[in-house]
Design a protein around this ligand. Structure first.
Ligand SMILES: Cc1cc2nc3c(=O)[nH]c(=O)nc-3n(C[C@H](O)[C@H](O)[C@H](O)COP(=O)(O)O)c2cc1C
Length: 192
């Protein structure tokens, strides 16, 4: 059994240092959307709804404005901002119990594909839901969940404190002992 994680997982992290000159090709954006599209979902309901705002557009500016100030200061530099929402009421009027779970899986798919494509992503829950919804005219029964900054990391980007310190801080996680419910396996020697 392998003892290390796949590099697509161990190498991914949420940078705040985006290259403000980097532009995403249309094909790169479509590949990320395809990755989200192929996520599993309850009953194959596919409740994720996704808005893409490319830097330089009115939608992008409006989405940056909807971000919490602590996010807007760095996220606007990314080539695109992607809003992931969950349509939690189906077209038949029934509430979809797993809509948000499913949309989260779509976001995870997108994140791993981005890592495979040499791109960086940073998910943000810090935004004004009403304003973000207005950018893409989300219908009733659809809840915005996360805005994802997508772009290329700029290792030379200058970040103000405390963002610079956070950028260089080691990634941490709870131990398996803390998250695995008893009875726990005796040894799971996975390391990131
Ligand atoms: C749903 C969600 C909301 C998040 N919201 C924010 C946010 O508003 N601002 C921020 O800087 N990071 C945000 N993050 C990023 C997390 O802080 C980050 O994923 C976590 O600290 C682990 O770091 P890593 O992704 O580098 O491993 C969010 C992540 C998720 C999944």
């Amino acid at each position: 059994m392998t003892t290390t994680l796949h590099p697509l997982l161990s190498g991914r992290w949420s940078t705040r240092a985006f290259d403000r000159n980097h532009v995403l090709a249309d094909g790169e954006i479509v590949r990320l959307l395809e990755a989200a599209r192929w996520a599993p979902s309850a009953g194959n309901s596919q409740p994720w709804r996704i808005g893409v705002a490319v830097r330089g557009t009115a939608e992008h500016a409006a989405l940056v404005d909807a971000l919490a100030p602590g996010n807007a200061v760095w996220a606007g530099a990314a080539a695109a901002l992607v809003l992931v929402a969950a349509q939690y009421v189906g077209d038949d009027g029934a509430v979809r119990q797993w809509a948000e779970y499913d949309a989260g899986q779509a976001a995870a798919h997108l994140s791993v594909q981005a890592e495979a494509d040499g791109l960086a992503v940073h998910q943000m829950g810090g935004f004004d839901a009403d304003r973000a919804s207005a950018v893409f005219e989300l219908p009733e029964g659809t809840r915005p969940l996360v805005v994802i900054a997508v772009g290329r990391r700029d290792p030379d980007a200058v970040l103000p404190e405390p963002l610079a310190a956070r950028e260089n801080a080691p990634r941490t996680r709870m131990s398996l002992d803390e998250i695995v419910l008893a009875p726990a396996p005796t040894a799971l020697p996975l390391s990131a």
